[in-house]
Write a protein that binds this ligand. Structure first.
Ligand SMILES: NC(=O)c1ccc[n+]([C@@H]2O[C@H](COP(=O)([O-])OP(=O)(O)OC[C@H]3O[C@@H](n4cnc5c(N)ncnc54)[C@H](O)[C@@H]3O)[C@@H](O)[C@H]2O)c1
Ligand SMILES: O=c1ccn([C@@H]2O[C@H](COP(=O)(O)OP(=O)(O)O[C@H]3O[C@H](CO)[C@@H](O)[C@H](O)[C@H]3O)[C@@H](O)[C@H]2O)c(=O)[nH]1
Length: 328
């Protein structure tokens, strides 16, 4: 049985959908940013907080857990700058609590959601796992601290782990049942699509004076189901001892500017956006593009969704969600 912590959230719920095809799954989530409706009905759900030792211990005593996938975190960069306590408490202390219980109950396999934010402002145009890590905000720092904690737990207690550093997760499940649904929403693609659906007056572009071709920031967008598939491959590799203790970037290897994304959203939806140009958002690096060569070579990961398909699935999900609301 696989324990998915944060399985009601955006990326966690997509991983649960893949996992339940082959395995028994139990989800622990406090529903702080996730949704009960997003959890696949084949999974067992326990509403609780990962910082609550009793809740976590009860799960480990009640079920035979083969591996833990850990998605639960707070992950808003600007919030982390203003409220670092929340980030060190939930991300770092919460993960420590989970790992302590894993050691106590002799559960050795762990998959962790890290982020491109651990690289800070990278020097390279394309980032490999060997690129220097130098996070510039408490969110990125909290994730890097956990990565370091994992190394120590490996050498002291024999914990086997895989860390995935996601670049910009986007898109929605092909069933249109689940997709990105954050409140407040801060991510570029859902904000543009909400605007094009008439739910927001305009789309703001943060910064037009970056050292990029059109002056706006460049990111590497990766479909949430491609991320989920990487987790399945990582899990199998861990359980069948083909790898241990590895860190992998998850991205498509293509960089798109904010303007490119708006253009593509307009093309997919057939609608025209109203754009407002603003000054830079604090803490945004100009360019984040992943090399995912390592996971492609070692685990045979292949991505299925290009930017066009990412935005198409996201758009279908937004329309479907809107329809469901109208019908209710
Ligand atoms: N979305 C991205 O582009 C992106 C990029 C890089 C890394 N990540 C990382 O991926 C993971 C998932 O991101 P997401 O976008 O799905 O976020 P999300 O907010 O949608 O999901 C997080 C889930 O964890 C739950 N949770 C939070 N704190 C908890 C706690 N103390 N106890 C129990 N449950 C708790 C939330 O209710 C939610 O369901 C996070 O760790 C995030 O840092 C996300
Ligand atoms: O209204 C908006 C929202 C965003 N942006 C820009 O769009 C780009 C993408 O922003 P966003 O969608 O907020 O994602 P990121 O800030 O790049 O962060 C995401 O991707 C990172 C990895 O690359 C992860 O660490 C984070 O958890 C995840 O939120 C950035 O240049 C933003 O400045 C705008 O111009 N206008």
């Amino acid at each position: 049985m696989i324990l998915v912590v944060g399985g009601a959230g955006y990326i966690g719920s997509h991983c649960v959908k893949e996992l339940v095809k082959e395995r028994s799954v139990i989800v622990l989530d406090n529903l702080s940013t996730g949704h009960f409706w997003a959890i696949d009905e084949k999974a067992i759900f326990i509403e609780g907080d990962l910082r609550d030792e009793k809740v976590v211990e009860k799960i480990f005593l009640s079920y035979k857990i083969d591996a833990v996938m850990h998605f639960a975190a707070n992950s808003l960069v600007s919030e982390s700058v203003n409220n670092p306590i929340k980030y060190y408490e939930n991300n770092v202390a919460g993960t420590l609590n989970l790992l302590k219980q894993m050691v106590k109950h002799n559960i050795n396999n762990f998959i962790f959601s890290s982020t491109a934010a651990v690289y800070g402002i990278p020097k390279e145009n394309v980032i490999t796992e060997e690129s220097f890590t130098n996070p510039i905000n408490p969110y990125g720092k909290s994730k890097l601290m956990i990565e370091e904690m994992l190394r120590d737990f490996q050498s002291a207690y024999g914990l086997n782990y895989v860390v995935f550093r996601y670049f910009n997760a986007a898109g929605a499940h092909s069933s249109k049942e689940i997709g990105e649904d954050h409140e407040p929403e801060t991510h570029l693609i859902p904000l543009i699509l909400q605007h094009l659906l008439g739910k927001r007056e305009k789309i703001k572009v943060f910064g037009t004076d970056y050292d990029t071709l059109d002056g706006t920031c460049i990111r590497d967008y990766i479909h949430v189901t491609d991320i989920a598939i990487a987790h399945i491959l990582g899990l199998d590799a861990l359980l069948y001892k083909r790898i241990d203790n590895n860190i992998y970037n998850l991205g498509n290897g293509h960089g798109y500017s904010v303007k490119d994304i708006i253009d593509m959203c307009e093309r997919v939806t057939g609608k025209k956006a109203t754009i407002e140009y603003e000054s830079r958002r604090i803490g945004d690096p100009a360019r984040l593009i992943a090399s995912s060569k390592k996971i492609r070579e070692q685990l045979g990961w292949e991505t299925e969704y290009n930017l066009n398909k990412i935005i198409e699935t996201a758009w279908e999900w937004h329309i479907n969600k809107n329809l469901n609301k109208i019908l209710k």
